[in-house]
Design a protein around this ligand. Structure first.
Ligand code: PXL
Length: 275
């Protein structure tokens, strides 16, 4: 059985980060170890929330892991929550991944042209250096544009997307998966650059509503696929279908939550995919 480490915040309520990564990656039949970087009452899209940075716990934890000779078949990261945490994560990537392990970084720090509350230019710069260590990165267009100091565009063409991907590949990541790309008014999906040369695109019908946490659901599904030996095109296209299904199931529920999607009700999609 493969064993991976996911490093992200723990938001108690709101279905994002670790509370989606652990169940989703586990559903792929992978032991999912978790290192929380921060503890929040909810994610930061709620009105009232608390935030505790757990950076001072990281050194004692990783020292204990070293003493136990613990290593991982791969590491994936998401929202981290502080520049100090990003620096620690870089050390963990260098010290705990087995040879040929897959490192996937989701530079979760913004959406719709804006950074999330609490993040600034320094955080963006640090995230860019973290992305340089990855095999695969999964930024949305906001995150890519911030890291590259490019204009954020709501409407774009193939060349704009390819240019973002090429620059992020030149920054160090082998494969770049741009998420939340709107092909047309009714289609959303991903634009990928594999190994700096091969473009792969996949789009599904866009559901009529956006939800928080779907980026984390998406990246967890991609990572689970990759750790199951799926190719990047297979993993990213399954993750698009899965995320779309999670949103559709949520919208079908009359009094659905507005803070997260019912990913728990679509687990059989994963079972089918890895059969
Ligand atoms: O899903 C991204 C995310 C993760 N973690 C926290 C967040 C957000 C988005 O707002 O606030 C704490």
């Amino acid at each position: 059985m493969k064993k991976i480490l996911t490093i992200q915040d723990f938001s108690c309520v709101g279905k994002c980060s670790l509370t989606v990564a652990i169940p989703i990656i586990s559903a792929f039949g992978i032991e999912t170890c978790a290192l929380p970087t921060a503890l929040l009452s909810t994610h930061t899209q709620f009105k009232h929330w608390t935030f505790a940075n757990l950076c001072e716990q990281i050194n004692p934890i990783t020292t204990a892991w070293k003493n136990e000779s613990i290593t991982f078949d791969g590491i994936c990261t998401g929202y981290l929550g502080g520049v100090d945490l990003i620096e620690s994560v870089k050390d963990i990537i260098k010290g705990f991944v087995k040879k040929d392990g897959i490192v996937m970084i989701d530079p979760a720090m913004g959406d719709n042209g804006k950074l999330y509350t609490g993040f600034d230019t320094e955080y963006v710069k640090a995230t860019k250096t973290l992305c340089a260590l990855a095999d695969v990165i999964t930024p949305n267009i906001t995150e890519a544009a911030f890291m590259l100091e490019e204009d954020y565009k709501e409407e774009y063409d193939y060349d704009y997307l390819l240019n973002l991907c090429k620059q992020l590949h030149n920054n160090g990541a082998r494969d770049v998966v741009l998420t939340g790309v709107r092909k047309t008014e009714t289609q959303v999906g991903v634009f990928c650059l594999l190994g700096g040369s091969e473009v792969y695109e996949y789009y599904t019908k866009r559901e009529p509503k956006d939800f928080h946490g779907t980026g984390d659901i998406y990246s967890s599904a991609v990572y689970g696929g990759l750790m199951n030996g799926k190719t990047l095109p297979e993993a990213v296209s399954f993750a698009c279908d899965y995320t779309k299904h999670c949103i559709a199931v949520t919208l079908a529920e009359p009094d659905h939550s507005v803070y997260g999607v019912n990913f728990e009700q679509c687990t059989s999609d994963i079972t089918e995919f890895i059969k």
